[in-house]
Design a binder for this molecule. Structure first.
Ligand code: ATP
Ligand code: MG
Ligand code: MG
Ligand code: MG
Length: 466
């Protein structure tokens, strides 16, 4: 089953068989939601329907939502299942059906529509959720040893609607590993999490107590790329038809074949993953910048360029990658075609700009790494790294990543101290100059105000301000 067919069969199952309203994916840019930087889950754009702030067009909705999870960036290429950009299939109930239907329809879709082998399916439940246990065990007939209680299975963010969840896993087989990581509950890829069913049944109060919600909701999310991997019997998402042509393009551009070396494969996967993220972020109106979501885009794009460099790609290449991404995604997202030239232009300009920075910075950083190793040290001086950043705008994360590849770390405290010192010098200098001060250099990023992006893409960030 092709990726595009899986998406369609999911949406039409819930639309035609279960009476849901099918909506198009919402933009990656959250609307009227300052708590979110980017959409990282199918439920995120539907929040006003969950809280009751806005009346939904129907009490059952289904979508395939474009998502970005920057928190997973470090996993990309290393696990079989994580992307920065992916599509989340979801069915939602706003005060309509609840646990029983959510569980039985998920099972019906998996075992009857896409025909997964039910003996390889496992679920986790919240330990106190006796109801979920009974539905899985008694109604569905799932054996007890396929049902894992897990204290983590409770979904909440601060006050408001929250509740237990239940996740569905597919056992990809022992060849994925037999170590503890690859047992149920471990973080390996053998038991692949394909679908999360969230039962929002409580209303968390200010004082931390939980009251039952008058109108209970269902929020589910299933990764399209993961379902494709399972259905296409592939070891990882990147080998599915949703990805492989992008990998092949990166391979053609670099002359590095897929499957030849672990390091080469990581780079090919990172470039392909990031090409999808870049294409969709720019299409949704994000521009590279030094703050907020523009910074996320810049960081992803620069990372892709650097991995291209690692593979030996000399010329600008993002444009070619974007062509392939659009060609593959256009059946589901025809609007990408109208924006193709624009997306390539934006990405291309940023790529060129970064090439200049990279070339200058990489040579200097190599010297620093050699120096550090010569002195048998494990930590690169923060002061020197700051110079690299200050003079060349060389991103801090990149320094850290390149250093880590050589088994070194960077003295962050020293870096921050140098930054603070420089700020102080600048402040003092400004104080001397009476009125007009030079405009700040926005090409450089102030990492001291860089806050983290949560795993689920929520809150935090909004950095900078030099
Ligand atoms: P994992 O434990 O594998 O990181 P998760 O528990 O963080 O996944 P959820 O937040 O429950 O994922 O999201 C719902 C579904 O979306 C997951 O079951 C999975 O199929 C898919 N998904 C989540 N994160 C990613 C990602 N980074 N790339 C691709 N698919 C993802
Ligand atoms: Mg999980
Ligand atoms: Mg999950
Ligand atoms: Mg995760």
């Amino acid at each position: 089953m092709k990726g595009n067919d899986i998406r369609e069969s999911y949406l039409s199952f819930f639309e035609n068989k279960k009476d849901h309203l099918r909506l198009k994916s919402f933009s990656l840019i959250p609307k009227d939601d300052p708590s979110l930087l980017l959409i990282g889950a199918g439920m995120a754009p539907l929040k006003p329907f969950f809280t009751g702030k806005v009346e939904p067009p129907r009490h059952r909705i289904t979508t395939s939502q474009k998502c970005i999870r920057t928190g997973d960036i470090g996993n990309v290429g290393y696990t079989a299942r994580h992307h920065t950009f992916f599509e989340m299939l979801g069915n939602f109930s706003f005060g309509d059906y609840f646990k029983k239907e959510a569980i039985s329809w998920a099972w019906e879709f998996l075992t009857e529509v896409i025909k997964l082998d039910s003996s390889r399916l496992y679920v986790t439940i919240y330990p106190d959720d006796k109801e979920a246990y009974d539905y899985w065990h008694t109604m569905i007939g799932l054996p007890e040893n396929h049902i894992y209680p897990l204290a983590d299975n409770f979904w909440e963010i601060g006050e408001g609607p929250c509740g237990p969840d239940s996740e569905i896993f597919f056992d990809q087989g022992e060849e994925f590993g037999t170590d503890p990581e690859n047992q149920m509950g471990g973080d390996g890829d053998r038991f692949l999490e394909i679908w999360n069913l969230v039962f929002s049944q409580y209303d968390r109060q200010k004082d931390g107590s939980y009251l039952p919600l008058a109108k209970k909701n269902i929020d589910t999310g299933a990764g399209l790329e993961r379902l494709a991997a399972v259905l296409q019997h592939k070891k990882n998402n990147f080998e599915t038809d949703l990805f492989f042509p992008i990998i092949e393009e990166a391979s053609t551009l670099s002359g590095v074949s897929y499957g030849k070396s672990a390091q080469g494969d990581v780079a090919l996967k990172v470039i392909s993953d990031h090409a999808r993220a870049i294409t969709n972020m720019i299409a949704d109106g994000i521009l590279p910048s030094n703050e907020g979501r523009g910074y996320v885009l810049r960081r992803i794009l620069r990372r892709a360029v650097r991995f291209g460099k690692l593979l030996g790609i000399q010329d600008p290449f993002m444009g070619h990658m974007i062509d392939v991404v659009i060609d593959m995604m256009k059946p589901a997202y025809p609007e990408l075609l109208d924006k193709q030239a624009y997306i390539k232009k934006v990405a291309g300009m940023e790529e060129e700009r970064f090439q200049t920075t990279l070339n200058a910075g990489i040579d200097l950083l190599s010297e620093m790494i050699e120096d550090t190793q010569k002195h048998n040290e494990k930590n690169i001086s923060g002061e020197r790294v700051f110079k690299l950043y200050d003079t060349y705008g060389f991103p801090w994360e990149l320094t850290q990543e390149i250093a880590a590849e050589k088994g070194l770390s960077v003295d962050k405290a020293g870096f921050e101290a140098a930054m603070a010192e420089q700020k102080e010098r600048a402040r003092a200098a400004r104080a001397k100059v009476s009125a007009k001060v030079a405009t700040p250099d926005t090409t450089k990023l102030d990492i001291s105000s860089l806050s983290t992006i949560d795993e689920d893409g929520t809150t935090k960030l909004l950095l900078v301000g030099k």
